[in-house]
Design a protein around this ligand. Structure first.
Ligand SMILES: Cc1ncc(COP(=O)(O)O)c(C=O)c1O
Length: 337
């Protein structure tokens, strides 16, 4: 992630952070009160957006604009996002999108979305749960207003592990921004004087409420140390090769068994539109296949109605793992057809 250190803080959990950031960055007015997001955003994001809108007295059906894939398609085009931003222009208070969609694995063009959002006068934020540790994130240069992510996908810091927040330097010295305050966001040098009168720390640290959970932070630090040692560039280089190889294997198997079970990879083909994840739509019996993969030791993920998500992680998955996945998949197909 490319950001200034003052723009990033590790604290709380992801949904909490999204809410805290929206308290500051979703500031609806009577004419500009809409939030634009992708259809099929992660449910917690949907609930967070809905409740924020209601909190300000608006009706989610009117105030939330969801961009859906075109008829018969699984993916949302970046162009449709940009066109919708322009179409609704000055009604949009906030653009809030998952940088990589959890379901399809689609990586959105965050730079272009941010630019288009700013051109119409909206604030732009991203949920980076599936992007952090997976794809390049030049949040500072892209001028993203805010972002939050969890540390328990690619960042390997255990379920429920600490979340990260990004607040662009442009918002560092804006005392007029409302926020929910807690003592850990108060000026470090006077925090322990325990005096009344909240004085936020400059930068992202000023959004902290509570002191850090030591065990969660220790696990996260251990993981980040490894990322630092290897570097994102090398990880991305290997991730592209691993995911391409996985794609090849799935396609080969799909062609071989097309009479009984076909696989449609709904994740974009282009490298710049995806990260590690491939979402495989099974035309046939998906759930027994997934269960069989799990029994064979493959840690994948099942999403209704018929999608298996696989993400080869460059830090610890090998090309041999992917070859073995192919073998396990063939075994599962043979057993269930
Ligand atoms: C995209 C996305 N947003 C939000 C969340 C919720 O995170 P948390 O439980 O840390 O609030 C998740 C969790 O998996 C997620 O994948």
């Amino acid at each position: 992630m490319e950001a200034l250190s003052s723009e990033v803080v590790i604290t709380h959990s992801l949904t909490t952070n999204l809410h805290l950031l929206m308290v500051s960055f979703y500031r609806p007015t009577s004419t500009r009160y809409k939030i634009l997001c992708e259809k099929k955003a992660f449910p917690s994001d949907q609930y967070a957006l809905e409740s924020q809108v209601k909190f300000h007295g608006y009706d989610p059906k009117d105030a939330i604009i969801e961009i859906a894939p075109r008829e018969g398609d699984h993916l949302i085009t970046d162009q449709d996002i940009l066109d919708t931003i322009r179409k609704h222009g000055n009604e949009i208070a906030l653009v809030m999108i998952g940088g990589v969609n959890y379901y399809s694995g689609q990586l959105f063009d965050m730079e272009a979305i941010t630019k288009a959002g700013h051109e119409v006068g909206a604030v732009v934020g991203f949920d980076l749960a599936h992007a952090a540790g997976n794809v390049k994130l030049n949040l500072h240069d892209w001028q993203v207003d805010f972002a939050a992510w969890c540390s328990y996908k690619y960042l390997n810091s255990s379920p429920g592990g600490v979340s990260g927040m990004f607040v662009h330097k442009n918002h560092e010295n804006k005392p007029e921004l409302p926020r929910f305050a807690g003592w850990w966001g108060h000026d470090k040098s006077t925090r322990f004087l325990m005096e009344p009168g909240f004085k936020p720390m400059p930068g992202a640290e000023g959004w902290q409420l509570s002191n850090a959970p030591v065990l969660g932070m220790a696990a996260h630090l251990a993981s980040l140390d490894i990322f630092d040692e290897v570097g994102m560039n090398k990880l991305i280089e290997k991730r592209i090769k691993l995911t391409n190889y996985l794609e090849e294997i799935v396609q080969e198997i799909s062609a071989k068994y097309s009479a009984v079970c076909e696989f449609e990879i709904i994740t974009p083909k282009e490298e710049k539109r995806r990260g590690a994840q491939l979402s495989i739509l099974v035309h046939g019996k998906g759930k027994p296949l997934f269960d069989s993969l799990t029994k064979q030791g493959v840690i994948a993920d099942w999403r209704e109605p018929n999608v298996i998500r696989i993400a080869p992680t460059p830090l610890y998955n090998s090309f041999e793992d992917i070859f073995n996945f192919g073998q396990a998949l063939e075994k599962a197909i043979s057993a269930h057809n």
